[in-house]
Structure formats: C-alpha cells, structure tokens
Design a protein around this ligand. Structure first.
Ligand SMILES: CC(C)(COP(=O)(O)OP(=O)(O)OC[C@H]1O[C@@H](n2cnc3c(N)ncnc32)[C@H](O)[C@@H]1OP(=O)(O)O)[C@@H](O)C(=O)NCCC(=O)NCCS
Length: 185
C-alpha cells in the first residue's frame, strides 16, 4: 500500500455493519458485542460524532469514531485491519479526528484501552497520549481499562485540515467548524 492509495472519508450509512463487524473482531473480542450495526449507524447520523474510514482501493482498511462534546472529545473506537497495520493508517485516522477537535476549540481528548492491549497502548503513547487512570473491571467486569488522554492545546494546527473531504454525512465536521467561528465562544 502506498500513501496515495489510502484515502480518508466519513463513513456512509451502508457501511455501519462492516464497521460494527470490524469492532467485534478487532476490538471487542472476548466481550459481549456492544458496537452493533444499529449503534454504529446512530453514530454515523449523529451531528456531534465523526465516523471515519480509511480506504484502500474501495476496501475499508481501518475506521475510527470520535465523539465531540462542548469541552472534550472522546475516541470511542479505532482499528486497522491486520494487513494494513504499521503503515501509518492508525496515525492518519487519529490525526484527522484530532484536527476536527482543534478546529472546534476542543483541546482535550480521552480514550479507554484494554489493559492487556499493549500494542494499542504503545501506539497511543507514540501519538502523544498519557495514562490518566486505571479502571478495574471497566470492560463488562472482565478486563480493566487504561484511560489515556492528550492535551492538544500545544499542538500547532497544520493546514492539512483543508484537505478533509466532506460528504452528505459531513455535517458533524461542518457543525464543529461553524462552532469554532461562533462569536460567543
Ligand atoms: C492500535 C492500532 C490502531 C494501530 O494502527 P496502525 O495503523 O498499525 O498504527 P500506525 O502504523 O499508524 O503506528 C504509528 C506508530 O505507533 C506505534 N505502534 C503502532 N502499533 C504498535 C504496536 N503494535 N506495538 C508498538 N508500537 C506500535 C509505532 O511507533 C508506529 O510507528 P512505526 O510503525 O513507524 O514504528 C492497530 O494495531 C489496531 O487496529 N489494533 C487492534 C485494535 C485496537 O487495539 N484498537 C485500539 C483500541 S480501541
């Protein structure tokens, strides 16, 4: 895969089942499936959530879901299919969603990661996240989580944001960008 073969865009409603299945297989293994197609479809429709997919030749190589609040953002899910790992796909997905947060004036991002998932923890550390808390039994009483967070305020906003693609479900990004320009902020 070359970097020009990889493209990022917001997910389409018809992709909810594919994304949910990836979550079940790559993230929620060993747990009760919570990110079902219905839940992912609701995220795709939600104005304060971005469901982002990374595509290589029409295939979904990875996806990520970030939820934006008034002051904080939360990374709900992030996964890259095994074939496409260690090629910068996870980094591209996360940086895209972080840029939306910065444009909206949101500088704190938090996430939870399974305590046994050392690969993902190393990835997040590499991306500038630090461990905030250890949450015993967080995953259905079966596994602990590490809560990790990043302060984006010291991170310069580069102009890559202009390359973000919009489609009909891009109101989330548009809404966030509009809020960041609001005079009453
Ligand atoms: C974690 C995950 C999203 C990383 O995606 P990725 O596309 O492979 O990550 P990148 O290629 O962008 O990695 C960027 C950097 O992070 C670090 N990194 C990524 N995966 C790592 C791993 N398994 N072990 C150690 N460091 C890792 C490396 O420093 C890497 O840079 P390098 O390859 O030049 O050394 C991917 O491994 C994955 O989908 N795992 C299963 C699902 C999951 O655990 N999701 C996160 C919890 S919700």
């Amino acid at each position: 895969m070359t970097s020009s073969e990889l493209s990022l865009r917001l997910a389409r409603p018809a992709e909810a089942a594919t994304i949910a299945n990836l979550s079940r297989d790559l993230i929620e293994y060993g747990l009760r499936w919570r990110w079902t197609p219905i839940r992912v479809a609701a995220c795709i429709r939600a104005p304060n959530v971005n469901v982002l997919v990374a595509c290589v030749r029409e295939n979904i190589a990875g996806f990520s879901i970030m939820r934006y609040g008034d002051n904080d953002a939360h990374l709900d899910l992030l996964a890259v299919a095994p074939t496409y790992r260690r090629a910068g796909v996870g980094r591209r997905l996360l940086e895209w969603l972080e840029k939306c947060a910065v444009i909206a004036g949101i500088f704190n991002v938090a996430l939870e990661v399974r305590a046994g998932n050392q690969g993902a923890q190393l990835f997040y550390k590499r991306m500038g996240y630090r461990t905030i808390a250890h949450l015993p039994g967080y995953y259905q009483g079966i596994e602990a989580a590490l809560r990790m967070g990043r302060d984006l305020s010291c991170r310069p906003l580069d102009h890559g944001i202009q390359r973000i693609q919009f489609n009909l479900s891009g109101f989330g990004v548009l809404y966030l960008a509009t809020r960041s320009l609001s005079p009453d902020r």
